[in-house]
Design a protein around this ligand. Sequence first.
Ligand code: COA
Length: 277
Amino acid sequence: MPTGLVYLALNHHQITMADSTNILSEEKDGILYLTINRESKLNALNFDTLEEIRNIFNEVSDNKNIKAVIITGSGEKAFIAGADISEIAELNELNARKFAENGQEIFSLIENCHKPVIAVVNGFALGGGCELAMACHMRIASSNAKFGQPEVNLGIIPGYGGTQRLTYLIGRGKANELMMTGDMIGAEEAKSLGLVNHVCSNKAEALDKAEEIIQKIVSKAPLAIGMIVDCVNAVYIQGENGYQTEANSFARCVKSGDYKEGTSAFLEKRKPEFKGE
Ligand code: COA
């Protein structure tokens, strides 16, 4: 497998989920469980792992059997302890921009996925790990989770969207503090800042909580869920009129069979059966 900058320069080849070596993937009852599986390196994201994420999310969009995604890290200690520093240490001025743009592009695939994506943060979520968690639609943390953007310790800044998403999520003052100091915060503080939706006592309970939320979401109209993703993301796209996006998306929902089913089911006092059409 080519690595590093050569790999970045290649056209993205299509691998299937089964080809993933750094990510364990298992589909159960429509939920795709992705486990970043480099435990000995605290699940640090190297180039190959990032490409696997790209390929998996391209497939998630096309695969009707997958209704939601949960991302977690292997083991109990780390979700993802950042981009792989051994690769970062090899960057130069020319390829560093490409490095950042590549990660940003892959994390945008997660953020724009029309199926719910939940990060179950089971330990360190640092640097690119915090950035990946923030690209997910929601974050459920175990009580030992630690969040941070410690890039300043390496003489760099977050490059996978962290300066933007952290600021949107927790506001400018606190985002500046975390990024400028490189400090880590615990799960409860992350929750109080709005970085985390729920804190659970351990990874197993966090997975249960994520599944509970997903079960509710997948019982709703899938097209509407996708429209919510687009409209919420529109808030953060400069120059996009989010109200217009909302009105357009609302109209698209009304064209769907699920709209007819949802409204008829209410009036007929029965449970709707949505088909995603
Ligand atoms: N990239 C590459 N390897 C990493 C890594 C990363 N981001 N984070 C951890 N590792 C590796 C360590 O080098 C070590 O590997 P080794 O056993 O081959 O030496 C292994 O994972 C375990 O990490 P270690 O530092 O021994 O664990 P610890 O419990 O003492 O400390 C952390 C845990 C998370 C505090 C520490 O690993 C750390 O600060 N990691 C870097 C975090 C960071 O700066 N992330 C942003 C990168 S842009």
